[in-house]
Design a protein around this ligand. Structure first.
Ligand code: GTP
Length: 475
């Protein structure tokens, strides 16, 4: 059949075939090469005929194996791949390696053995499979790897940690009071928060980190080659700050979101991905119980002394919810006053301050719109008689005083103000209140008579969010 001219019908049939057809003799040299073989591999029949097939289509990495198979046949007559569909890599003329499905059959021609094979290009199918797999492993909202992908990656990381005797850490990240964002600002804002968070986390990944979304407001960060717990703690602390940076999702509406993080560390042989995730999840819940916006380590459970004491401050969103989740009262004067009073009380309690107030700037003077506690006559008398220039509020707006001052008495600018000395003000937080056009019309402030060294910029961000929401509700 092979060395005689092929009858035109058979010739036509093979050339019409959608798969490549290659026949070789018992030495491995090509004795038939159809049109599809030319299309698939790039060699014309004139170039292919008589040459070893291995040179034309077998990738270099597989040539030894191919040669061994041919040799085995020549010595023993055994052919392992016969009449089976096998998937293997092939090589095009330009060097590209691609997957094919191949079936090999054996025949006889004039007393000599010939092998013939059909080869089907799997590249397109593989691409589609890869795309489907990618879709199945990706979270559609954030584009991050989803729970399934995280699990696969964690399994692989545990196997590698075992093999190489290296460390592995898992951070379980859960947003705080995310439901409140959905409830107060709408699901679309919640979605934007999740996307912005994913963007931040991705942008801050280190080479050996892997981040995925487990679902809802839960994310998991996997850190390979972590040698000491403290390395993971440093990363977690950075993440807490990164997440809490105000988000500008809609113009003029900064939003502060915090997260609780649980850390678990690969402990050796028996650890599985289920165990690591469960431990990190348990630690995360402890972080929630301890006041949210913090890290808890799973392995600290047995050493309670090393767990940091619970922060006295209530979680930010509890505080926001207290103020804004109530049904909106009628916009009558009394209702407005009551709302402001409630908002100031919640602010004062949240930051652990003695007084909270809204002051307005009118014709060079400061006028109190509202003060909590409501009867604070010293402050009201003192404040209302101050020329604006001499007030703490105006100096914050001018930038002469910072918005966060843990101890006003330790600051010469602040302590030189008569009001600061007379009232007497120590810890102080203050943010400007802005009209829609961006001009300042007053401030939202709170202070205590005792210093509070734990006040920081994050508190200012939260107060600023509070001021924006107050503006929205009141305008
Ligand atoms: N916008 C949005 N919300 C989601 C999505 N998936 C889950 N959620 C919501 O996320 C919220 C998750 O709330 P929880 O984790 O139970 O509780 P939390 O309000 O975050 O409170 P703590 O975790 O206790 O701090 C629920 O209200 C879900 O409806 C999503 O894809 N988009």
């Amino acid at each position: 059949m092979i060395e005689r001219p092929i009858p035109p019908l058979l010739d036509a049939l093979l050339d019409a075939c959608h798969d490549a057809f290659i026949a070789i003799d018992s030495q491995g040299n090509v004795i038939r090469w159809n049109n599809m073989a030319t299309k698939l591999f790039g060699w014309h029949p004139g170039e292919a005929m008589g040459r070893p097939m291995a040179e034309l289509i077998v990738p270099e990495a597989q040539r030894d194996q191919h040669e061994r198979g041919m040799k085995r046949f020549q010595e023993t007559g055994e052919v392992r791949m016969l009449n089976r569909r096998v998937t293997l890599q092939a090589r095009r003329r330009d060097g590209e390696i691609f997957p094919v499905e191949m079936t090999v059959s054996m025949g006889e021609d004039q007393g000599r053995v010939v092998f013939f094979s059909f080869l089907h290009d799997l590249s397109e199918r593989r691409r589609t499979e890869d795309q489907l797999l990618e879709i199945a492993r990706t979270d559609t909202l954030t584009g991050l790897p989803n729970r399934r992908h995280v699990r696969e990656r964690l399994d692989a990381a545990i196997a590698a940690a075992k093999r190489r005797d290296r460390g592995l850490a898992v951070l379980f990240i859960d947003l705080d009071q995310f439901k409140v964002i959905n409830d107060l600002q709408g699901h679309h804002v919640g979605d934007m928060v999740l996307k912005e968070l994913a963007k931040r986390l991705k942008a801050n990944l280190r080479q050996n980190d892997f981040i995925g979304r487990l679902g809802g407001d839960e994310f998991l960060l996997l850190m390979e080659d972590v040698e000491q717990d403290k390395d993971a703690v440093i990363v977690a602390d950075k993440l807490l700050d990164l997440i809490a940076e105000p988000m500008q999702l809609e113009p003029g509406k900064p939003l502060v979101v915090t997260a609780s993080i649980g850390l678990s560390i690969y402990q050796g042989d028996e650890t599985t991905s289920d165990i690591l995730i469960r431990q990190a999840d348990e630690a995360m819940y402890r972080a929630k119980r301890d006041g949210r916006a913090r890290l808890a380590k799973w392995h600290d459970r047995t050493t309670p002394a090393s767990v940091p004491p619970a922060a006295p401050r209530a979680p930010f969103f509890d505080f926001m919810e207290k103020v804004f989740a109530k049904p909106q009262a009628n916009p009558g004067f009394g209702a407005r006053e009551q709302f402001l009073q409630d908002a100031l009380r919640a602010t004062r309690e949240h930051f652990g301050m003695d007084v909270a107030f809204i002051s307005k700037f009118e014709e060079g003077r400061r006028v109190f719109e509202q003060v909590d506690p409501p009867v604070n006559s010293a402050l009201i008398q003192q404040g209302n008689s101050d020329p604006l220039e001499e007030t703490f509020c105006q100096r914050v707006v001018d930038g002469r005083l910072p918005e966060c001052l843990p101890d006003a008495m330790a600051n010469s600018e602040a302590s030189s103000l008569p009001a600061t000395r007379e009232i007497p003000v120590r810890a102080h937080l203050s943010v400007p209140l802005l009209r829609k056009d961006g001009s300042v019309y007053g401030t939202l402030c709170c202070f205590s008579h005792a210093p509070d060294m734990s006040l920081n910029e994050r508190d200012v961000d939260m107060l600023r969010v509070m001021s924006v929401m107050l503006n929205e509700r009141m305008s």
